[in-house]
Design a protein around this ligand. Sequence first.
Ligand SMILES: [Cu+2]
Length: 229
Amino acid sequence: MPPSKRIALLGLILAPAALAHFVVNVPPPLGSNIDNEDTAPCGGFTPSSTDNTTDFHVDGDAIGLTTLHAQCFFAYRGMLGTSLTSPNWTVLIPTIEEFGLNSFCEPSIAVPSSWAGSSGLLQIIQDSEDGIHYQCMSVNFVAGKGTVPSTCTNSSGVSAQFTSDNTLTSIESGSSSSPSQTSSSQGTSSPTTSQPSPSTSKGAAASVASLEMVSGSILAGLLCALFNF
Ligand SMILES: [Cu+2]
């Protein structure tokens, strides 16, 4: 392919994808930068006193994001405090496999009730075809159950299921340095939160997803080509 044509094609395809691999919308993230999104644990951002800190209800609150991958895995974790020196993450729900682009809402993610009254961090890790991406949110944990904001939605064609993913499992076990860490939310225990609830027809979602995975693979290849210029 001639270089000029290749660049034009890149421009077309990269226009929507240059923003990020995924962006958390609710609660607001520490920050989002595609260039650093593969930097653990928070995509290159560090919590600070000037962060936009929002209340997060321990008995269940919403986490909404936008994904630019047609298929990926998500891990949801949280911790008390904001020091990333030796973070003690707790896995909040089993790994989710998500299909479909754009908005994905987990309406009711719970954290240990003992966290109410403390500040902390939430983290989402995305395992997608072009790598592992991180976002964190600075929150105040508060008692009770939150309501789902109108900005936390599922785009049409989005579906999700609990699953396991070796990459995310190894990240989770690697950072759980303390064996005394509560493991109630790991693996086999049934989640205390509601199931991911996108209510779409699986057949339609699957065929759309497979098409988009093809275009996604092409995109990933072109991204690599771009950065090798
Ligand atoms: Cu990506």
